[in-house]
Design a protein around this ligand. Structure first.
Ligand code: NIG
Ligand code: FE
Length: 424
């Protein structure tokens, strides 16, 4: 659905551009006091100062929204989540509180494998309705585009099911959030589920072959995912396996993403630069050389501070990455294991407090650079003519409220394609 809408008396705060902003550019925002934005059939057709009286009655076919001086920002882009899954892992969280590590739980068959078991038991409608409820929560925090990954099926049927659910949610004409789907079949090795012939315990190379030969073609043919991602990590998929899968995915027309250097420094950032992925994500342990390589090649460094927080790990070196000339994006990583939170307000606070991003950089990271991490910077991520009418309205004329409101929501209205969704 798309609408005609005039927003007036807004304090418009936005990055500018149709590609990722790197380094110092990240702090350059355009601010228009007493601004007006015109949205026609869901697309921005005017951005500027208030235009005065509507003498020609031109706007009689538009909805009117008086922003009363509040900040109007581009809709937030959450460019890394795993929001389609079955079950929950609260017990595992308690084990971690007692000192067990994320990887040791995974090694003994918990972690991702436990969500795989639960997801395989779910049907389309049940999985879809829990996923839909996450989308509603995201929308209330200002998210207008989200990336969602498969990776909790690890077999043909359930991987396709997850992707079909995202397609169905994205085709809903009342949707509040656009979805970009990513195939993450290489999330873990299937193998803990006895009695199933297709399992690949301790046969990582064979599993990669299966993904390349049997999964990627059917996903492309049915346009079920735009991107392909790998959990490249010690004890999960190696650099060589990740390279092989992503090269094949690129040949088959996928855009690439990579879970890189999350738990140990493996050279994931360097691999992302070598392959020209859209983004490298996590990067808690990215090396100096990896950071330089991302800056040189324009790979978006997608940082997920909620995961570091939940795992009690050191935060990614966001400040250094920007100073080195990287384009940094921020996302939540919402998933049932390492980070069961899709909190945009807390993501913003952690980015500013612990990764030392300025508020301006944080806004760019959550809008235009998030869009670039999804190959959508030409369509979303800033308030400019020709882009989608996706916005958030804050409860203040001062955008510095964003990190100051620690973990609390300062969004009072999410606007999607010109449609108003008040947050109450
Ligand atoms: O991004 N690291 C791999 N994947 C997720 C965690 C998934 C899970 O624990 O279920 C992440 O942190
Ligand atoms: Fe992830």
């Amino acid at each position: 659905m798309s609408e005609n809408l005039i927003i007036f008396n807004a304090r418009i705060v936005t990055p500018i551009g149709f590609s990722a902003r790197k380094g110092e550019e990240m702090s350059q925002l355009q601010i228009i006091e007493n601004g007006t934005v015109e949205v026609t059939k869901g697309i921005i057709t005017y951005v500027g100062e208030n235009r005065g009286e509507d003498r020609d009655g031109y706007y009689q076919h538009y909805w009117h929204y008086n922003a009363r001086g509040h900040c109007l920002l581009p809709g937030f882009v959450d460019s890394h989540t795993h929001f389609v899954f079955g079950g929950e892992r609260s017990e595992e969280f308690s084990w971690r509180l007692k000192g067990e590590s994320y990887m040791s739980i995974m090694e003994r068959g918990g972690g991702i494998a436990s969500t795989v078991k639960a997801t395989r038991k779910m049907n389309f409608l049940k999985l879809r309705s829990t996923a839909e409820s996450f989308l509603k929560k995201m929308s209330t925090m200002g998210v207008t585009t989200v990336e969602g990954k498969s990776g909790y099926g690890l077999d043909r049927e359930t991987e396709l099911l997850q992707l079909k659910i995202m397609r169905s949610l994205n085709n809903d004409e009342h949707k509040r959030v656009d979805i970009v789907s990513t195939f993450l079949g290489a999330h873990a090795l299937p193998g803990e589920y006895k009695g199933k012939s297709e399992e690949y315990k301790e046969r990582g190379d064979d599993y990669i072959d299966f993904l390349i030969r049997e999964m990627l073609p059917v996903i492309r043919e049915n346009e079920l995912a735009e991107c392909c991602d790998v959990f490249c990590e010690q004890g999960v998929f190696s650099i060589e396996q990740s390279r092989r899968l992503l090269r094949a995915a690129k040949d088959q027309g996928f855009l690439l993403k990579l879970h890189a250097d999350e738990i140990v420094s493996l050279g994931g950032a360097e691999l992302a630069a070598e392959l020209g992925t859209l983004s490298a994500d996590h990067l808690l342990h990215a090396s100096d050389a990896g950071i330089r390589a991302m800056a040189d090649t324009g790979v978006v460094a997608t940082l997920l501070p909620l995961t570091a927080f939940a795992l009690k790990e050191p935060y990614a070196r966001g400040r250094e990455m920007i100073d080195a000339g990287c384009a940094v994006a921020l996302a939540t990583d919402l998933n049932p294991g390492s980070c069961f939170s899709g909190s945009i307000p807390l993501t913003i606070a952690l980015a500013c407090i612990y990764m030392k991003l300025s508020v301006e950089e944080t806004i760019t990271a959550l809008t235009l650079n998030g869009a670039a991490a999804l190959h959508r910077a030409d369509r979303i991520g800033s308030i400019e003519v020709g882009k989608q009418g996706d916005f958030v309205v804050l409860n203040s004329a001062n955008y510095h409220i964003l990190p100051y409101y620690i973990g609390m929501n300062s969004v009072i209205m999410t606007i999607k394609g010109g449609m108003l969704y008040p947050v109450n």
